[in-house]
Design a protein around this ligand. Structure first.
Ligand SMILES: NC(=O)c1ccc[n+]([C@@H]2O[C@H](COP(=O)([O-])OP(=O)(O)OC[C@H]3O[C@@H](n4cnc5c(N)ncnc54)[C@H](O)[C@@H]3O)[C@@H](O)[C@H]2O)c1
Length: 383
């Protein structure tokens, strides 16, 4: 095989975007041959491609080697399992599933090691996050002690929530800001800083919008070495903040307004504390502006990497197997808030699924949808 024949399931905001860059040949050695969507009008936009109302038929058509899944999240699991069992390579949108138990079902279907299974965590290709990961992994910060990410600039209007019947409902989406906007941030946080072992979440449901799920979250986190952190997010706050701060023995990294600053301790803080004879002294610091290369758009880079993995065995930037970690953290924040207690990780996926099913069963929420004005969807991507 010297070319990958691609299909896309789901031609809403995201699926359309994937189709556009594939049709514009921004991914080499990939050819978009088929698309599938439940809404016929979405298929009519692609008269030159094979079109399918049912993903099952596209998956069995023999016309594609690989599929991008860009449907509402719950379907990632069922369509992903179907595609993997039928021998297709799969690139699934974030979150890979709505909850941990579904992630495990989906990942269990990836039995054939020859099949490439990747997730769309495009921010892993963004220069600033690659640089943060490199600095932390290289030990520039020494041992990590505190992580804080205030990402409260995911502002969304009521019209956004009303734009799709599935959005912001327990049954259709399985959560709010943590499941839709934050999978990227949660993935990056664990990718750069490692996985926390304890979570205490405080989630306000429908704080700013007429929705039944969380749109305002503050979570306290603890890592196995005792490092602590906070993760604060909202879709209702304007102007919001996006500040990611990582503190370690050797100093502090801050990413804000697209700029990375590294305030580096000349002497590591614990050593200084042990050895200084003065009570109010503090380590001398160097202030470093850290350069990095490359920002958005990044989706096609993940797709290119997916194609290169299929054709050349190139390592994946974002293997789907790592997608469970961001889902688990989102679930843990919600679960902790719902049971009003601290949650240890690994999360009990069955217990969370039961809680979510209870929320679905008890929901009295009437979702209203409206036709929204067409606008540039790429404005929604994180900066
Ligand atoms: N990586 C990113 O930056 C990014 C950005 C936005 C959305 N997403 C993800 O993409 C996914 C879709 O989000 P969206 O904003 O495009 O939603 P959307 O509502 O705009 O689009 C979903 C599409 O799926 C179609 N669909 C629903 N059920 C289907 C089925 N059974 N078979 C085929 N098609 C079906 C719908 O008709 C619709 O066209 C979500 O999981 C979301 O988290 C990722």
């Amino acid at each position: 095989m010297n070319k990958v024949r691609m299909g896309i399931v789901g031609l809403g905001n995201m699926g359309k975007f994937h189709a556009d860059y594939l049709l514009n040949h921004q991914v080499s050695r990939a050819e978009l041959t088929a698309v599938s969507d439940a809404i016929p009008a979405n298929l009519e936009r692609y008269p030159s491609l094979a079109t399918f109302a049912r993903s099952e038929d596209m998956i069995r058509s023999g016309l594609i080697d690989a599929v991008i899944i860009a449907t509402p999240h719950y379907l990632h699991t069922t369509i992903g399992i179907d595609a993997l069992e039928r021998g297709l390579h799969v690139l699934v949108e974030k979150p890979i599933s709505v909850h941990k138990a579904d992630c495990e079902r989906l990942l269990a279907a990836h039995k054939d090691p020859k099949l490439v299974f990747a997730a769309m965590f495009q921010l892993r290709t963004d220069g600033k996050f690659k640089k943060l990961k490199q600095l932390v992994s290289n030990g520039e910060l020494g041992e990590l002690f505190r992580v804080s990410w205030i990402i409260s600039d995911w502002y969304r209007t009521e019209a956004y929530y009303a734009s799709g019947g599935w959005r912001a409902t327990w049954k259709g989406e399985g959560g709010g800001v943590l499941l839709n906007q934050c999978p990227h941030n949660l993935d990056l946080m664990q990718w750069i800083c490692g996985r926390p072992s304890k979570v205490r979440g405080f989630c306000q449901l429908g704080r700013y919008h007429a929705i039944e799920v969380e749109d305002n979250v503050t979570a306290y986190l603890e890592w196995p070495n005792g490092a602590t952190g906070v993760f604060i997010t909202s879709t209702g706050e304007a102007p919001g903040t996006n500040r990611f701060e990582i503190c370690g023995d050797r100093g502090k990294l801050v990413l804000e307004q697209g700029k990375i600053t590294f305030t580096r301790n000349e002497i590591p803080m614990r050593e200084f504390s042990r050895t200084s004879k003065a009570g109010f002294a503090r380590p001398e610091v160097w202030n470093v502006d850290v350069p990095y290369e490359g920002t958005s758009p990044q989706h096609h880079e993940i797709t290119q990497n997916f194609v290169d993995a299929i054709l050349d065995g190139k390592p994946l930037i974002a293997p789907a197997a790592e997608g469970v970690y961001s889902v688990e953290m989102a679930n843990a924040m919600l679960y902790s808030a719902l049971i009003n207690d601290t949650v240890s990780l690994p999360l009990d996926g069955q217990a969370y699924e039961k809680k979510l099913n209870q929320l679905i069963a008890e929901s009295k929420f009437q979702k209203k949808t409206v036709q929204v004005t067409a606008e540039d969807f790429t404005k929604s991507f994180v900066k």
